[in-house]
Write a protein that binds this ligand. Structure first.
Ligand SMILES: Nc1ncnc2c1ncn2[C@@H]1O[C@H](COP(=O)(O)OP(=O)(O)OP(=O)(O)O)[C@@H](O)[C@H]1O
Ligand SMILES: CC(C)(CO)[C@@H](O)C(=O)[O-]
Ligand code: BAL
Length: 279
């Protein structure tokens, strides 16, 4: 496992591999790694000759300065965990090298970023596209791995890859959960003990919601989920949407889409958690 900090060095190592015909898989992360990230690394290792993991807390995707400040950074522990999985390259660039000057590019995702995370975190997906397009340019992967926990992010990245005419296959990987069902997230480590215990109500409610389709109508189910979660004193729903899994447009009745996904964001004390489930 090679740890590389400089962009030029990363480019040159990867171009040597590519010259030998090696297929490159890429797993972008913001660190504070858990089994969700490691599942992406494992999948990339199975499907490619070379796996690159990046660890970079990208400032341009944070709309909330306090969220950026408190985002967990535990590089030594991350490297220790990764050493057990042995990706070929761990790329850890500095903010100043990625952004020698402000990135003023504005991406157009059509309607994809007008809802849910895009609506509630203004500028978030533009920042994600800025950094991911830069990382794609340095690493030139054949396959890039993203988790479905960030469901809308996968849709946005697919759109960006298409618009920029990049020859990169975007691989969408299943959500890995804690034993009690809570979706793994780096932000889980910011929860207090009592918040962590109560946070399980989020996934529990989503699992129960699946069994209420189609007996409940769409708006009845939405109201039920929101009130179940908000009845817990530690939790506050920011949004709960049931959307078509490709257009991400809200549906009004079950027949509006054959492939529906329910996406939720919940504030747990100061920590904002997301999750989703296919209905
Ligand atoms: N539980 C999970 N299962 C599968 N993939 C995941 C999971 N959590 C994160 N990922 C994926 O790992 C990649 C890197 O995500 P990131 O570093 O932001 O971690 P995170 O746990 O999502 O952190 P956050 O606290 O910001 O939600 C993303 O593609 C993300 O979707
Ligand atoms: C894709 C990503 C690493 C870009 O900073 C980030 O949005 C994430 O961790 O999901
Ligand atoms: N996992 C998405 C990164 C973010 O919340 O900014």
């Amino acid at each position: 496992m090679q740890i590389v900090k400089l962009i030029a060095e990363t480019r040159s190592i990867i171009s040597e591999y590519k010259a030998k015909g090696k297929r490159v898989g890429f797993v972008p992360t913001m660190g504070a790694l858990h089994d969700g990230h490691l599942s992406l690394v494992e999948q990339s290792k199975k499907e490619n000759d070379i796996t690159v993991v990046s660890i970079f807390v990208n400032p341009t995707q944070f709309n909330n300065p306090n969220d950026l400040k408190t985002y967990p950074r535990i590089l030594d522990k991350d490297l220790e965990l990764l050493s057990k999985f042995q990706p070929d390259i761990v790329f850890i660039p500095e903010v100043e090298e990625v952004y020698p000057e402000p990135d003023t590019r504005v991406f157009d995702f059509g309607d994809l970023d007008k809802v849910m995370e895009g609506k509630n975190r203004p500028g978030h997906f533009n920042g994600v596209a800025q950094v991911v397009s830069k990382l794609f340019d340095y690493i030139t992967p054949d396959n890039a791995y993203f988790g479905q926990k960030d469901y809308q992010q996968v849709a946005v990245i697919k759109q960006m890859t298409k618009d920029l005419k990049l020859d990169i296959n975007i691989v969408s990987c299943p959500i890995i959960r804690e034993l009690d069902g809570l979706a793994m997230s780096s932000r889980n480590m910011l929860l207090s003990e009592v918040e962590r215990k109560n946070a399980v109500k989020i996934s529990e409610t989503l699992f129960k919601a699946c069994n209420l389709v189609p007996d409940f109508g769409v708006s009845q189910l939405k109201e039920w989920v929101i009130s179940e979660i908000n009845n817990n004193a530690y939790l506050e729903v920011e949004y709960f949407e049931i959307v078509d899994d490709t257009s991400l447009k809200s549906i009004e009745k079950w027949e509006d889409s054959n492939n529906r996904i329910a996406c939720i964001t919940v504030q747990v004390g100061k920590v904002r958690l997301i999750d989703n489930i296919s209905l």
